[in-house]
Ligand binder design. Structure first.
Ligand SMILES: Nc1ncnc2c1ncn2[C@@H]1O[C@H](COP(=O)(O)OP(=O)(O)OP(=O)(O)O)[C@@H](O)[C@H]1O
Length: 252
């Protein structure tokens, strides 16, 4: 691991009354890395993701991306700093077309040089960006469809495309396979694998096959603490992980 990681979370603490939901958590993500976060229900994964994306304020600790301190930044400022999040609950505008969703996202994240373009040139740039995003996630054939009428798997892909519009350095993927059948899950795994070339990824996912397939590093969260971190073989062979997590698949 390099001396300075792309993303560094140090000593994160979050208390809800007397409950220590995040207990001095350290997490790093390296450029190009897929770091997965797993743990049983209630372990504190959602809380941690909310702390990182800025939806919840930290009680203690620090967060940095590419050397930029994030802790004092609002969620939208963190997105501008390079941290983009895909939500468990989709952020797609369901009554708009796929293309309109992508155009809106492209416009929302257009750089500052954009305002100096003529209207025509600006529209061309947005369209180019929207089509590239559709291509990336495999939705180029359904641009005219109303997003809410797409199958669940395609809506999740659109959600990923909307997050990619921000050109993240770190993408937070919050249970991207949730509610998917095997075919959609396979496609999502292939998409995430392909995204590795564009952005580092922090992946929160219950689908262990997907996690073992994708992750360079896996951290196991139990009672708000990182129990252990390592590659798939380390995690599979770790006796405490087997006891608290892998042995209790019903809770996964
Ligand atoms: N806003 C809140 N107020 C009080 N307690 C909370 C709050 N949010 C979470 N908790 C508690 O913090 C702990 C961690 O919850 P969290 O939702 O982060 O776990 P999780 O690992 O994401 O679980 P799941 O896999 O079920 O989504 C739980 O005990 C939960 O009840």
């Amino acid at each position: 691991m390099s001396a300075t990681s792309l993303f560094e979370a140090k000593g994160l603490v979050k208390r809800f009354g007397g409950l220590l939901a995040t207990d001095h958590v350290d997490i790093t993500v390296e450029p190009g890395e897929i770091h997965a976060l797993i743990g049983p229900n209630g372990a504190g994964k959602s809380t941690l993701v909310n702390l990182i994306s800025g939806l919840l304020p930290l009680d203690e600790g620090s967060l940095s991306l590419d050397g930029v301190e994030l802790a004092a930044l609002a969620p939208h400022q963190r997105v501008r700093a390079g941290l983009s999040r895909c939500f468990q609950v989709t952020s797609v505008f369901k009554s708009d077309t796929v293309l309109d969703n992508l155009l809106l996202a492209a416009q929302a994240h257009a750089g500052s040089s954009f305002r100096f373009l003529s209207r025509r040139a600006a529209e061309d740039v947005l369209m180019e960006t929207a089509l590239r995003l559709a291509e990336t996630v495999g939705l180029a054939d359904v641009l005219g469809r109303i997003a809410g009428t797409l199958p669940h798997g395609a809506q999740r892909k659109l959600d990923v495309a909307l997050a990619l519009a921000a050109r993240p350095r770190l993408l937070l993927l919050d249970e991207p396979m949730a509610g998917m059948g095997p075919e959609d899950s396979l496609q999502m795994v292939a998409l995430i694998e392909q995204l590795r070339a564009q952005t580092a990824i922090l992946l929160i996912e219950h689908d262990m096959d997907a996690v073992f397939q994708l992750a360079d590093r896996i951290s196991v969260l139990v009672y708000g603490r990182v129990l252990t971190s390592g590659d798939a073989s380390h995690i599979k062979g770790h006796p405490e992980v087997q006891a608290v997590y892998l042995g209790t698949e019903a809770h996964a």
